[in-house]
Design a protein around this ligand. Structure first.
Ligand code: FDA
Length: 452
């Protein structure tokens, strides 16, 4: 076991850990980043599959994600807009396919009115409650004790409106069934994106991508830090701590430091053993933040054929196997790429199938939106973060029903010299790369005494 010393040891080389390391290095602090995988970037992962570049993890940036946009700019990287010229496709619960333009799904007048009313209601709640401390709202306990599914049905008797609004947070963001997370958690999601209106607006929320892929942001930060600082294939197993410092151990390395930042997703906090054990509060609430599950479907075709049909590639269907599909053609490529999402129970069902049946069912689901040409991709691949030991789900973690108001107030508290940072406990940019950059930088600034 080799032994090393630094000022701050960081566990995890995702965008949170690397942003923290970068900020601390700028202030002249000695830093070591220990990363379990053989690559940096965590849940951002740009990979070539059969010669085709895919964004297996996080990729989109919205205009309000100014911390990430500033970082991308500072690193000298370019962004480009998602292709969205043309009409979208909506598939109703009875399977009816409608081509439409504009923001609102082409549903009947009453469902449309109800959807607009629910969006307005959620906008008001998001504006009032905000992303910083949703647990402080006077009705926080009440909103945290009812599932988003049941809360929607308390507000409206229109089942289609409830299902469509539920999709934006359940399948679309938290990737858990709407019965399993609270209305308060849904409001936090909206507040962290600026408003519920922003969440339902794919032009806003899925605005831009990074040329060369989102992982390149982390790769470049790691290159700047250097391999003396960022150590790969170093899964942290144990943290020994006292009020004055930490000793962090992997299988073959022990790093002593004054402080540590645990920059791993909250569902993995308990995979590390702490000596002495963490206080009762952390031991309890670390069990109540769990990952959602989504399959990100990638399919590349010789051409973006849907554009010839006047379609932009966007499709929605809250009751379908693939609930959302978008044109995900990479910058400068002639071949066309689609990305689709299959979440929670539908993802379980897909992983239970053999590979050939799974592929057939998923391609048929894409074809429902964009026609039979979708059945025959040149390259087809499914992102499987559920099978990744150092993530265990996608996109991010959220609390059980009732957990956000009960434990949220403590989630950012350090324990002695141990700080916890993750996009999943960020306020603005919650569950996104932008939140990772914000909380990584803010945690470093707290250590530097620049932030309370
Ligand atoms: P992240 O999980 O990225 O990094 C944590 C790091 O810690 C990992 O590298 C891991 O290997 C390491 N680690 C874990 N345990 C360890 C241990 N014991 N020892 C050492 N290292 C350890 N966001 C967005 O802004 N736009 C988007 O379009 C999407 N889309 C999206 C799709 C998919 C499929 C996923 C999975 C995620 C997204 N996201 C996203 C979310 C985004 O990717 C996520 O919010 C950030 O990557 C979080 O960054 P963190 O650094 O906090 O965690």
């Amino acid at each position: 076991m080799s032994e090393e010393t630094c000022d701050v040891v960081i566990i995890g080389a995702g965008p949170t850990g690397l942003s923290a390391a970068r900020r601390l290095r700028r202030a002249g602090r000695g830093v070591i980043v220990l990363e379990a995988r053989d690559r940096v970037g965590g849940r951002t992962w740009t990979e070539h599959i059969d010669g085709q570049m895919f964004e297996l993890g996080g990729q989109w940036i919205s205009p309000d994600q100014t911390a990430l946009l500033a970082l991308v700019d500072e690193l000298g990287k370019e962004t480009y807009p998602r292709y969205r010229d043309g009409d979208s496709v909506y598939i109703a619960p009875d399977g009816t396919r409608t081509v439409y333009s504009g923001e609102m799904f082409p549903v009947g007048e009453s469902a449309r009115t109800e959807m607009e009313r629910l969006i307005g209601l959620l906008d008001e709640l998001a504006a009032r409650i905000g992303p910083q401390a949703p647990w402080d709202a006077e009705d926080a306990a009440e909103l945290d004790s009812i599932s988003f599914h049941h809360w929607l049905r308390q507000q409206s008797e229109d089942e289609l409106a409830c299902e469509n609004i539920g999709l934006f947070v359940a399948g679309g963001m938290l990737t858990k069934p709407a019965t399993t997370f609270s209305a308060l958690q849904a409001i936090l999601m909206a507040a962290s994106a600026g408003s519920f209106t922003n969440l339902v607006d794919d032009h806003f929320i899925l605005d831009r991508r990074v040329v060369g892929g989102m992982q390149s942001v982390s790769v470049q930060m790691a290159e700047e830090l250097g391999s003396d600082i960022v150590r790969l294939q170093q899964p942290v197993r144990r943290i020994e701590w006292s009020e004055t410092g930490v000793s962090v151990s992997t299988d073959d390395l022990s790093v002593s430091a004054q402080q540590a930042i645990v920059a791993v997703p909250p569902n993995l906090y308990s995979r590390i053993s702490y000596s002495p054990p963490l206080p009762r509060l952390q031991q309890i609430f670390h069990q109540h933040q769990s990952m959602g599950l989504v399959i990100k479907v990638h399919a590349t075709y010789d051409t973006p054929f849907w554009r010839e049909d006047g379609l932009c590639g966007t499709g929605f269907g809250a009751s379908r196997l693939v609930q959302e599909v978008y044109d995900n053609t990479n910058h400068g490529e002639e071949q066309g790429t689609l990305v689709g999402f299959i979440s929670d129970v539908n993802a379980d069902a897909m992983w239970a199938l053999d590979e050939e049946t799974r592929r057939t069912k998923i391609l048929e689901a894409l074809a429902e939106f964009l026609g039979p040409k979708a059945l025959d991709p040149r390259v087809f691949y499914l992102s499987d973060f559920g099978a990744e030991e150092w993530t265990r789900g996608a996109y991010a973690t959220s609390y059980d029903l009732g957990g956000l108001h009960r434990w949220g107030p403590f989630q950012n508290d350090p324990v002695g010299p141990i700080h916890f940072a993750s996009s999943d406990i960020a306020a603005e940019g919650y569950q996104h790369v932008d939140g990772a950059v914000r909380i990584g930088t803010a945690t470093a600034e707290r250590i530097l005494g620049e932030k309370s």
